[in-house]
Ligand binder design. Structure first.
Ligand code: 5GP
Ligand code: ZN
Length: 114
């Protein structure tokens, strides 16, 4: 989508620090990290949120989670642990409307039961 910043990152029209790339998915550092390690994983195909991607082509979710699995195993994050978060809509706090998954780690994360 032409006015989508994450599509622009995919097309290298906006610079980013990419940490993972395959045929379907890219991973890059979040501009405003909320943990020592904070990455965003997105499908190359534009969709606006997890409900839309689930309805239009749920196999894309497998592509993204396979990428997260490969990256976290290769980088060592899987050994120490990490968290995956996705936000949808206003109450969810979504600010970029290209489906994305936050991968947070590198330290003990607060909240969610801890
Ligand atoms: P959301 O709030 O929609 O779940 O997450 C959007 C995330 O994208 C935020 O954590 C924000 O820091 C990140 N972000 C927004 N614009 C850019 C950008 O141009 N480059 C990168 N690397 N991250 C961005
Ligand atoms: Zn997009």
């Amino acid at each position: 989508m032409s006015d989508c910043i994450f599509c622009k990152i995919i097309n290298n029209e906006i610079p980013s620090t990419k940490i993972y790339e395959d045929e379907f998915v890219i991973g890059f550092k979040d501009l405003n990290p909320l943990a020592k390690e904070h990455y965003l994983f997105i499908h190359r195909e534009h969709s606006k949120n997890i409900n839309e991607i689930s309805d239009s082509d749920p196999a894309q979710l497998s592509d993204v989670f396979k990428a997260i699995s490969t990256f976290t195993k290769d980088s060592g994050l899987a050994e120490t642990g990490f968290r995956v978060v996705t936000n949808q809509g206003a109450n969810g706090g979504q600010t970029v409307f290209h489906t994305h998954f936050h991968v947070l780690g590198g330290e003990v994360l607060g909240g969610f039961g801890s």
